[in-house]
Design a protein. Sequence first.
Length: 97
Amino acid sequence: RGGGIERACTPPLDNRRGERIRAMSGQAFIVVDPVSTGGVVAVEAMQRGYSVIIAWSEECSEDMRAHVPDVCKGIKYHAEVEEKSTIPQTAAAVKAA
């Protein structure tokens, strides 16, 4: 299984030049509650070279967090943050990540 995860996160080839797409320098993709479709979106963003930060909302229980697609299991995200009391606090946590 581990090899599949690595392959899923390998940047795809750029069709025009046949080169690997370079990481999107300084750009991040934030996924809130990356369960189900959100997890697949996170993998797609990683394939496109983005650093992926996941943010967990208060509504997403520990049990719910375990419901990620197989392709997402074991992925190491750039960062993981928890929802804070206010939107500005949550935004600051994401920016700090």
